[in-house]
Ligand binder design. Structure first.
Ligand code: S3P
Length: 172
């Protein structure tokens, strides 16, 4: 699998709460690759949290930083990269990913995602009076784009380890 990957990274995409970070960490461990979380890299580069960047500079500023950080990370592959839920919406980022990585969509249903983000959400996009409506809109807009990932793994209410197994089998 590693030989097949070469310098390409495994890039996890999907809506917030789909398990990109948890699955990504375990997958990286399993394969002996480095795990990188794009949001954490953006926070490090900006020396601010994602919420602070949204609040102080707005979403477009965050998105251009996100594009730059992901493009840089992809040049340092192979690694396992968890992207933020909006990253794959960028044409430039999808292009970078197809050149330097293998994209995997972790597909989850609405209920699973809402249960997860309700438990822990500092996500700026959901800090409004109707997070459920926001999530439905985001899913409707984004799912057709996530579906353009090279591979799709359905990550319902199954242990993250099962998702990792599925990815390893699918990529092998
Ligand atoms: C976002 C998802 C977040 C983060 C930012 C915007 C989005 O990442 O990048 O809050 O647009 O869906 P996670 O998917 O890791 O929560």
């Amino acid at each position: 699998l590693l030989k097949k990957l070469g310098h390409r990274s495994i890039v996890l995409v999907g809506i917030m709460g789909c398990g990109k970070s948890t699955v990504g960490k375990r997958l990286a461990q399993r394969l002996g690759l480095e795990f990188i979380d794009a949001d954490s890299e953006i926070e490090r580069a900006a020396n601010m949290t994602v919420s602070e960047i949204f609040a102080e500079h707005g979403e477009p500023y965050f998105r251009s930083g996100e594009e730059r950080v992901i493009a840089r990370i992809l040049r340092e592959g192979p690694q396992v990269l968890a992207t933020g839920g909006g990253a794959f919406m960028s044409d430039a980022t999808r292009q970078e990913i197809s050149e330097h990585g293998v994209s995997i969509w972790l597909k989850v249903d609405f209920e699973t995602v809402m249960a997860r983000v309700r438990r822990r959400s500092t996500r700026p996009l959901l800090q409004n009076p109707d997070p459920e409506g926001t999530m439905r809109n985001l899913l409707a807009k984004r799912e057709p784009v996530y579906a353009r990932a090279a591979l799709t793994v359905t990550s319902k209410e199954v242990p993250h380890e099962t998702v990792v197994d599925q990815i390893v089998i699918t990529l092998a």
